[in-house]
Design a protein around this ligand. Structure first.
Ligand code: FE2
Length: 371
């Protein structure tokens, strides 16, 4: 099923998630929300005080997971226009590489759309090289070559600490995968883009028979980087009786974009308890999901009654199993949400959970009057 092709460039072979940048309406408040609700800690800041006149960026971190939250300070800036069109959302899925120049050159030679040529930024902590290419919708990938850079974040940022709890960690560790929604019939074109531009290969695919409910359906393919560290599933809507959740996303986001970010934890029960304690809204799972669960997944280390009480999903493949749960959308528009995932051997994406997830989302969609 998984065929990792030889990388076309050593720099693309080293790709891994570096950070996500969200463009939001109010970065100061968003930073506070991600810290208090999701257990991130303040790390760095850039804005007028550091010489940036038209934007403010707050960097928050938990283990190997870093978010940059950026807002426009003036009307008419590209950030303000992005927020006007999309609402709060992921602008940049930044990818770390050993060589940003080579990653840029190789990906553009493979058909990637260039947005920013390689650029060097420097301060007293060292040098960072970045370059940027486009992907679906208004979403971008910035290549980040950190080399031996030793600063808290990137040149241009200053350390930032805020008056909020610092011992608030909930066990979020790193990005596991990052899922995009694209328009009707566009999935294969974007999968080919990742294959040609970055040497990604398809790990697994789900057709509309795998992921359908009574009312709606979607198709999905999981693309992964040569190293396997960057997994970028891509969804498209499929014909159904009613408007699918992918269409709802596309309508409210104003086009393709990041649908959800899956974050790995080493103890999903403790993470979910902490998130609930912090007031994070999580999707509920239909009670019927748990009825035949023991037959479906066999022996697992966790107590099924506890998983059921916390609405945690379980799925198994030939290598092991995984536990998952999904938040409700993280902003008022029914667009981006988080998945929390704990892998116990399984490296793939469970078919059974996919369907359970989409039934749960569809119930929320119906409450919004968008089904
Ligand atoms: Fe996912």
């Amino acid at each position: 099923m998984s065929t990792i092709s030889p990388p076309r460039s050593p720099a693309l072979a080293t790709l891994e998630f570096d950070h996500l940048e969200l463009w939001v309406g109010n970065a100061k408040q968003a930073a506070h929300y991600y810290c208090t609700a999701f257990g991130f800690a303040p790390l760095a800041y850039a804005g007028p005080e550091t010489g940036v006149k038209d934007a403010a960026s707050y960097v928050v971190r938990q283990n190997d997971l870093t978010l940059v939250l950026t807002s426009a300070l003036v009307p008419g800036s590209p950030i303000a226009e992005h927020v006007k069109r999309h609402g709060d959302g992921v602008r940049d899925v930044a990818l770390r590489t050993s060589d940003a120049r080579e990653a840029f050159t190789a990906s553009v030679a493979g058909g990637a759309v260039p947005l920013a040529e390689p650029a060097v930024a420097e301060d007293e902590h060292g040098v960072v090289v970045t370059a940027r290419i486009a992907t679906y919708g208004d979403t971008v990938h910035t290549f980040v070559e950190r080399g031996t850079y030793r600063g808290p974040w990137l040149p241009g940022y200053r350390p930032w600490s805020a008056l909020m709890p610092t011992e608030n960690e909930v066990g979020l560790v790193r990005i596991d995968h990052c899922v995009g929604n694209v328009g009707w019939g566009e999935m294969d074109r974007w999968c080919a883009y990742y294959a040609k531009a970055f040497g990604f290969t398809q790990l697994i695919g789900f057709d509309d028979k795998d992921i359908s409910t009574e009312f709606t359906a979607l198709r999905s393919k999981v693309m992964q980087s040569p190293s396997g560290k960057v997994k970028m599933p891509i969804n498209e809507p499929a014909e159904g009786l009613k408007r699918s959740q992918i269409e709802e996303y596309l309508d409210f986001y104003g086009g393709p974009g990041i649908q959800h970010v899956a974050i790995a934890t080493n103890d999903i029960v403790e993470t979910v308890r902490a998130l609930r304690g912090n007031g994070v809204e999580l999707l509920e799972t239909p009670a019927s999901y748990y009825e035949k669960l023991a037959d479906r997944v066999g022996v697992i280390a966790e107590d099924l009654a506890i998983l059921r009480g916390l609405n945690i999903l379980v799925d198994r493949d030939d290598q092991g199993y995984m536990l998952q749960i999904f938040t409700k959308p993280l902003q008022d528009r029914p667009t981006m949400f988080f998945e929390i995932i704990q892998r116990r051997g399984s490296l793939s994406f469970g078919k059974g959970n996919f369907k359970a997830l989409f039934v749960s989302i569809e119930q929320e969609q119906a409450k919004r009057g968008n089904l």
